[in-house]
Design a protein around this ligand. Structure first.
Ligand code: ARG
Length: 250
């Protein structure tokens, strides 16, 4: 082997070493999101995850020097990806609830929401209790699901569960269910973007305020701290408001 060849091998090896140590230095955090929840998280026509949640977490990551990668992940089982270590964070319009707090940790809240009812334009429903004996579509395991369980009972055959909120709304348009209960932002967005959907929205004063948080594996204090610091920073410097106004107006 001549010295030229040796030199080449050595430099290839060296480059490989550099590349490897770099890969270790900058961890890429895997972020789970159920991207069927516009305007918070959805896929654009290039199949990229976009939305309010994406802009918020990207701004947080920039502040705290994190590299993140969004991975479209089905809602059912999304929280289990934290305990298995497949994902480092879940940002998916997740409402912080006492039950969920037992199995994962949440960041400070980044959005306030509440449930909203969608029904056909000619429906007689005017308040939540009118749904007592009607067929109601929800996304499985969401707070909408919990709320209707409280009214109809856990085992009610009239609760129709769907793997995504758009599927539940489709069923409402097709007349398969009488109403859908889901987060206000998503219902408002759907009705605004589908003027031919013949749906109307009903707000009910009994619905409690909900707060979205970013979820991490239980006990991952270091990551939670980084997220909370970044969130506080983007709230303080106006970045949060800019993103909020982009999606929800002033
Ligand atoms: N906020 C509701 C919950 O936490 C619904 C969230 C659904 N998010 C989604 N990307 N599908 O239960």
């Amino acid at each position: 082997m001549n010295s030229k060849k040796l030199g080449l091998i050595a430099s290839v090896l060296f480059a490989g070493l550099l590349f490897n140590s770099n890969a270790h230095a900058a961890k890429t955090y895997q972020v789970a999101t159920d991207a069927a929840y516009a305007p918070f998280e959805s896929l654009n026509n290039k199949k990229e995850v976009v939305g309010f949640s994406v802009d918020i977490l990207e701004a947080i990551a920039k502040k705290s020097g994190m590299t993140i990668k969004f991975i479209n992940t089905p809602w059912e089982g999304i929280f289990a990806t934290l305990s298995t270590g497949d994902r480092d964070m879940v940002i998916s319009s997740v409402t912080i609830t006492p039950e969920r707090k037992q199995s994962m940790d949440f960041s400070d809240p980044y959005f306030e929401a509440k449930q909203l009812i969608a029904v056909g334009k000619n429906s007689k429903v005017s308040k939540f209790t009118d749904l007592k004996t009607l067929k109601v579509g929800v996304q499985t395991g969401t707070t909408g699901d919990e709320v209707i369980q409280k009214l109809q009972g856990k085992t009610s055959p009239n609760i129709k569960r769907f793997e995504s909120t758009p599927l539940a709304i489709k069923e409402l348009e097709n007349g398969g269910v009488d109403a859908v209960v889901a987060d206000n932002g998503v219902v408002v967005n759907f009705v605004a973007n589908n003027p031919n959907s013949k749906l109307k929205m009903i707000d009910d004063a009994t619905f409690a305020k909900e707060y979205y948080g970013i979820a991490v594996k239980k006990g991952n204090k270091a990551l939670l701290e980084q997220i909370n610091k970044g969130l506080a920073a983007i709230k303080a410097d106006g970045t949060y408001d800019k993103i909020y106004n982009k999606y929800f107006g002033k």
